[in-house]
Design a protein around this ligand. Structure first.
Ligand SMILES: Nc1ncnc2c1ncn2[C@@H]1O[C@H](COP(=O)(O)OP(=O)(O)O)[C@@H](O)[C@H]1O
Ligand SMILES: [Mg+2]
Length: 263
């Protein structure tokens, strides 16, 4: 009975942020912030510039240590863990400014994503070269399938540095898919992207959510995208959650309007 209860509790929130604070000197960029991301949702995270959205992402992934508070993924505390461990627990992200490996090809950018492959361990390479070969093959196949899914196959051998902003953002989404994530954190996936690629990005996010059952938390300033794609939408202001609801309730929320107008 208690086991069942535990399980149903965990299926509701994939990610829980409880009273998290992160200060830079005297500035509390994230200030006693609490919010939850439901498993399977495409949750939007909006708020004025400087509200603390990107800092919150950095704290979730362990790129920055939280000063206080708790962060849980699937009920497990992760607030003290470094980025490579949160990554291995299924928390992956993209960056406001894409961080592709410019001098590697698009395909290579996908293949170098850290998974838990035996090939990375020198010891296994000696002990079982056959297994390593098989994994390399599987990795290549996965990278090729990911490019196909993203409609980027024609660019497989192009240097990633030569891609347009939108293509780089798609490639970053591809890199997140290579490591079998539970939750993908997207930091402004549509910023600087032309309308055609923007549609592709939105469609791929919807498809990843539906087909692969991956949860999303998306920071985005393009309101049309947020309103169409995300439910719920969480509004951050001055480092903490100001409001949460569907597109309609957020659009009509007086506190939200005031926050954006800088009251
Ligand atoms: N590494 C840092 N050092 C000092 N201040 C920072 C740093 N990162 C962010 N800030 C400050 O923290 C606040 C929140 O920034 P940020 O999280 O980037 O907001 P948002 O992504 O919502 O625009 C801003 O005032 C910003 O200047
Ligand atoms: Mg930001």
């Amino acid at each position: 009975m208690s086991l069942l209860k535990e399980e149903s509790k965990n299926t509701i929130n994939l990610l829980e942020i409880n009273s998290v604070t992160k200060a830079f000197g005297g500035l509390k960029a994230v200030n006693n912030c609490s919010l939850n991301v439901k498993k399977g949702s495409i949750t939007g995270l909006i708020g004025p510039n400087g509200a603390g959205k990107t800092t919150l992402f950095n704290v979730i992934t362990g790129q920055l240590p939280a000063d206080k508070g708790q962060i849980l993924i699937d009920g497990e505390n992760i607030e003290k863990l470094p980025p490579h461990i949160t990554h291995s627990k299924g928390i992956v992200r993209t960056f406001q400014i894409p961080r592709e490996l410019k001098r590697m090809t698009v395909l290579e950018n996908l293949m170098v994503v850290k998974t838990n492959q035996s090939g990375e361990n020198l010891f296994t390479t000696w002990l079982n070269p056959w297994k390593v070969k098989q994994e390399e093959k599987a990795n290549l196949k996965k990278a090729e399938e990911t490019l196909e899914f993203l409609r980027l196959s024609h660019l497989a051998d192009e240097y990633a540095g030569n891609l347009s902003t939108g293509q780089k953002k798609l490639l970053e989404i591809g890199r997140t898919l290579m490591s079998d994530p539970k939750i993908i954190l997207l930091d402004e996936p549509a910023a600087g992207v032309n309308p055609t690629l923007m549609n592709n990005i939105v469609e791929r996010i919807e498809e990843i959510s539906k087909e692969f059952k991956i949860t999303f938390l998306i920071i985005e300033h393009n309101m049309e995208i947020i309103m169409n794609l995300c439910d719920p939408i969480i509004v951050m202001s001055d480092g903490s959650k100001l409001a949460e609801g569907n597109a309609k309730s957020i659009r009509n929320n007086k506190d939200v309007i005031d926050a954006y107008l800088g009251k």
